[in-house]
Design a protein around this ligand. Sequence first.
Ligand code: NAD
Ligand code: UD1
Length: 334
Amino acid sequence: MNVLLTGGAGYIGSHTAVVLSQLGHQVILYDNLSNSSCIVLEKLAQIAGRKIPFVKGDVRDTGLLSNVLASYEINAVVHFAGLKAVGESAQKPIDYYTNNVQGTISLLQAMQLRGIKTIVFSSSATVYGEPRYLPLDENHPTNATNPYGRTKLHVEEMLRDVVTSDSQWRIACLRYFNPVGAHESGLIGESPCGAPNNLMPYIVQVAAGQRAKLEVFGGDYPTPDGTGVRDYIHVMDLAEGHAATLNLLSQTTGWHAINLGTGKGYSVLDMIQAFEKASGRQVPYEVVARRAGDVAECFAYPNKARELLNMTARRTLNEMCASAWRFQQSIQFE
Ligand code: NAD
Ligand code: UD1
């Protein structure tokens, strides 16, 4: 299958490119490089053993997208491109709505023009908002609590309307929990620009000595050790989930929302401990006040992915930490 990955040079897109290309799909990356760099293209070529076609472009450029869809004879799109920082989305909501919502509309217009009706969308567990019960299944009510989350929800709803209007569409909204880790080669991984917003990249930088200590946001949650609990999933498991989803969509039409998580929750202190063990480094930390907007616990009920995609996240917490550390070392000594 010829698959276009918008945002394909980014963290999750690049890992998915490896998996799809190893399965024999022809993968084309489309990215404006606003949060990634061309270096990843060289690394991908090293891992895949061949160059992966890349087009520099913005998803809001419907004309360019439409040309790319036609010239590469694309059969399906995996739509990663977008902005993803929750805090920033409250400061710059217009940027978030144009990139994430307008960008998706532009992509759908280009797809419609070319008669391409298969799309996998990168959604997020953030669409559930404050959990009313745990684990979170796909029927849990949605209620995003910040502009970033609302862009995801708007796109999910838009995609549902598209299927209602034309039953030939094949659409999956993958609700990612907390992707962490890196490809086993250590060649690609997560390298955020500026100070990391998320836990794992922050731990990695503290362990590498780039930051003095980790601030643990809240030690008084109603959790076993008082710190926040999340469902961390290895990015390669997540990437494999996309391949399985394309397979599902080749057999079925309609709109599907599917959780991608492990079903298991780990606390911030669990993560620190696991990372110290995997890296052999110390991660100094201090417990500080809770971060506004955080919930105590969030983890998935992953059975729908198991049933529909025949997928179970199989990589361990140790593999998540060890691979993230391997990637950090590879960029540190470059
Ligand atoms: P990322 O920033 O590493 O990758 C996104 C890529 O999209 C980047 O390479 C960026 O340059 C590109 N991009 C952004 N706006 C674009 C535009 N207008 N046109 C073309 N390219 C554009 O992020 P990621 O972690 O790989 O996330 C991928 C997707 O998954 C995003 O939609 C994100 O919201 C979603 N998601 C991520 C997480 C996570 O924790 N990483 C969790 C849930 C959902
Ligand atoms: C964040 C986003 C969420 C997104 C998810 C996956 C917020 C409020 N939510 O969720 O929308 O879908 O990432 O990318 O940003 N922590 C610390 N110290 C730190 C950083 C984090 O203690 O320096 C704690 C947090 O309080 C939380 C856990 O670590 O308990 C995980 O945090 P993070 O990696 O930011 O992910 P989420 O909060 O789950």
